[in-house]
Design a protein. Structure first.
Length: 505
């Protein structure tokens, strides 16, 4: 009952005129920041941080948190309408969101993304409110072995993303891991895989550059090639009745992905340094794995939009938890928020709930209001997003290319990465021509930088004994499940061969 009373006071603070205005402004700004390729929540919060010194500290953090929420919603917009991920957290949304848009069902994809984001945000805020201290202690128990086991489980879930051609899928994963290893070695500091001694490779390969190249430029080239010059604009119609129908279909076909994304995304978001991107990718893989019709994923399945969108919104709230309770940022964006709190004289940690109770519960109350505001604003702007799809492709294609280049440059400010982005786009086009799955490579380059150092740290802790992944109470079960999932395709191949032999006999 005490928590309900504190939450009630927090909600009252969140709906004060100044805070409420800042929430709506922050969510709207965040929505457009998230939709712009290359920006995302990190850049948006960093750019607007100085503005917050004009308002009280409590209102400032509420404003920045609202931008974070809006950006999580907005990332799906360009992923669906243009095929360019607005941010790394929305890459998995492209897998099914873009095919739905090309089928003239962009409204279904956008409505699904909005509803799943709302549910994911709501579930995560409820978990945050009720279990903050307990979940913070669980997050602290995750060392390198547990995090590597979790990454191994993520790899296991997307082994099947490439369809039945397991060798091509594994090759795609290996390609992603190689790209993830480019740059300075985190442990030894030695440069690795510096192609032709080009200095631009020393800072590694920026994931956003890869994502925009593969899903922006690569998608544009694929569309031009597949239509052979007879390019037609997407049929995108929108009515109130149609939106209601889309909402029903999104609920019916996307509830499983929404549930998985909401729970898994929050748990991954709570883990320090994990963030929303791995959470959204893992949610997509798990949802496809448990689906009755996994072959529909990648072709335009609402569940493939619901899972990553619920997960990245849930993870964004989850990543706030270690920041507030432990002073450990759960994502790059919360790292900036943490810096802002310190500047405003607030000390994150267990004492914050006692010393600054009004601030903490006002922030938690703003999560509820921001989540609702983001849903309303997002649904209100859907007609504008649909209008974008009515443009002829002769206008849309150069716009996609320009947005890809400008967005990539805004994120990295390095022409080396822009040329690299073009190379990735052309390479992705040819890989797709030869039926190589792109999703596993993209996921591998996300998880590789997390998996490799935690693997090496774990082996250093155990003096090289790999049993550390099985002996520990949390890492052990996760590792066993991951190994079983990795071996499942092999079991299927053996079973199919045995059936074929019996039929031949």
């Amino acid at each position: 009952m005490e928590i309900l009373g504190l939450l009630g006071s927090g909600l009252l603070e969140a709906i004060e005129p100044l805070n409420l205005a800042l929430i709506f402004i922050g969510v709207t700004v965040g929505l457009w920041i998230g939709a712009m390729p290359g920006l995302g929540s990190v850049n948006g919060v960093a750019i607007l941080l100085p503005i917050t010194f004009l308002v009280p500290p409590g209102s400032a953090i509420i404003f920045l948190a609202a931008i974070y929420y809006g950006a999580m919603y907005g990332g799906a917009i360009s992923s669906i309408t243009l095929g360019i991920p607005g941010a790394s957290t929305a890459v998995a949304t492209t897998f099914d969101g873009r095919p739905l848009a090309l089928q003239g069902r962009a409204s279904l994809a956008l409505v699904t993304a909005a509803l799943a984001s709302f549910v994911g945000g709501t579930v995560s805020v409820l978990l945050f409110t009720g279990f903050a201290p307990a979940l913070a202690s669980v997050a602290l128990s995750f060392g390198p072995p547990e995090i590597f086991a979790l990454m191994l489980l993520a790899f296991a879930t997307f082994v099947g993303l490439g369809g039945d051609d397991i060798p091509k899928t594994i090759l795609s994963i290996c390609l992603g891991l190689v790209l993830a290893a480019v740059g300075y070695d985190e442990v030894s500091g030695a440069p690795r895989l510096i192609l032709f001694d080009i200095s631009g490779f020393l800072h590694g390969i920026n994931f956003l550059v890869l994502a925009i190249g593969v899903y922006g430029i690569g998608e544009m080239l694929w569309t031009i090639d597949s239509t052979r010059g007879s390019i037609t604009m997407s049929e995108a119609k929108l009515t109130v009745k149609g939106m209601v129908s889309d909402a029903k279909e999104a609920t019916r076909r996307g509830w499983k992905g929404t549930t998985i994304g909401s729970l898994l995304g929050f748990f991954v978001g709570v883990l320090p340094a994990a963030g929303a991107t791995p959470g959204s990718l893992m949610a997509y893989g798990v949802t496809k794995m448990v689906s009755r019709n996994p072959r529909e994923f990648g072709q335009g399945h609402p569940g493939g939009v619901a899972a990553p969108e619920a997960a990245n919104n849930s993870a964004s709230t989850g990543s706030m938890l270690p920041m507030i309770t432990l002073g450990i940022p759960g994502s790059p964006t919360t790292a900036i928020l943490l810096g802002g709190m310190v500047i405003w004289g607030l000390t994150p940690g267990p004492r914050l709930f006692v010393d600054e109770s009004e601030f903490v519960w006002g922030l938690i109350g703003s999560f509820y209001v921001s989540n609702f505001a983001a849903l309303v604003i997002n649904l209100a702007f859907i007609p504008l997003f649909i209008w974008m799809l009515r443009m002829p492709f002769t206008i849309l294609a150069p716009m996609i290319f320009v947005l890809s280049v400008v967005g990539g440059y805004a994120a990295v400010r390095d022409m080396h990465d822009i040329w690299l982005m073009v190379v990735f786009g052309i390479s992705a086009f040819f890989l797709r021509k030869f039926d190589y799955p792109l999703a596993p490579a993209v996921l591998a380059i996300v998880l590789g930088p997390i998996a490799e150092p935690t693997l090496r740290q774990s082996l250093l802790l155990s003096s090289g004994d790999p049993m550390i992944f099985l002996n520990r109470p949390v890492a052990g079960p996760i590792t066993v499940i991951a190994v079983i999932l990795i071996l499942l395709p092999l079991f299927k191949v053996i079973r199919n061969k045995m059936r074929g032999q019996k039929m031949a006999a």
